[in-house]
Design a binder for this molecule. Structure first.
Ligand code: ZN
Length: 272
């Protein structure tokens, strides 16, 4: 595996970008303030969060806060490593993290990491210690912003002085988004606000981007709502075959006011 490193996007603002960005392979972020560091998400399994934690340790600053953008396991698995940090997330994320992990579903959905999930289950993750109930400045640099669209409990992290937004899974660049718990229509609308927030956007999955990538994602989501995806810039995205049906089915269910997991997602996690 290639050696990853923290990529400094601006003074005291770093992204940890896992190449590929497919299922289970997410990004994280680090922001420095005078009192210490704020992390954005903690990746999933030990082979991912250990090198990230080592790079954070090499900055030689206290980790004061962890912001979890949502409860999906590829963003929260390493939280236990940062034992002394305050953990910020939405109430919905907090509730989900208090539930037992659906290990069999994880193993079925992310077979590449099946061997590592028992370790994750043993370690557990950390509960949320601080609820994000509205837009709030956690530090002079770090602002948390409630969002919605990918899951009902999304939050994002804005570093306005550096013009950088950590969008969590509101943004997937070069990778097909996954809306099995989301609302493609609401998500597409949310992206109008996101392009106004910052020029540099760190997605939950894939490389750093900006307005062009956000608009491509928006257009893809609108096609999912319409029920048909024509040829476009998404032709080369990862995981199209698996995720197109999930996203289209989810949009159709919501149109019928059925807030349900799409059948193709149930199949992907090994349920009939
Ligand atoms: Zn997610």
């Amino acid at each position: 595996m290639t050696q990853l490193e923290l990529r400094e996007l601006a003074d005291g603002v770093w992204a940890w970008l896992q190449p590929g960005g497919e299922t289970g392979v997410a990004n994280a972020g680090v922001i420095a303030d005078d009192d210490g560091l704020t992390l954005v998400d903690t990746l999933m399994v030990r082979s991912q969060w250990e090198p990230f934690a080592a790079a954070v340790e090499a900055l030689d600053r206290t980790v004061k806060r962890v912001v979890l953008t949502h409860a999906h396991v590829d963003h929260v698995g390493g939280t236990g490593k940062f034992r002394n940090a305050a953990v910020y997330a939405s109430a919905i994320t907090s509730n989900l993290l208090d539930q037992p992990m659906p290990l069999d579903a994880y193993k079925a959905f992310m077979p590449a990491f099946a061997d590592e999930f028992d370790d994750l289950a043993e370690l557990g993750t950390r509960p949320v210690s601080h609820l994000v109930e509205g837009a709030a400045n956690l530090t002079p640099r770090v602002e948390v912003l409630p969002a919605a669209g990918h899951t009902p409990g999304d939050v994002m992290v804005l570093v306005a002085d550096a013009d950088v937004l950590f969008a969590g899974d509101l943004c997937f660049f070069g990778v097909t988004p996954l809306a099995f718990q989301g609302d493609p229509q609401q998500w597409a609308t949310m992206l109008d606000a996101i392009v106004e927030l910052a020029d540099t956007i760190v997605p939950g999955h894939g490389p750093v981007g900006g307005e062009r990538e956000v608009r491509e994602l928006q257009s893809y989501l609108r096609h999912c709502v319409a029920g048909e995806i024509p040829s476009g810039p998404w032709d080369g995205w990862l995981d199209r075959a698996e995720r197109d049906p999930i996203n289209i089915e989810r949009a159709a269910l919501l149109r019928d006011e059925r807030d349900e997991i799409p059948p193709s997602m149930l199949k992907a996690i090994g349920l009939p």
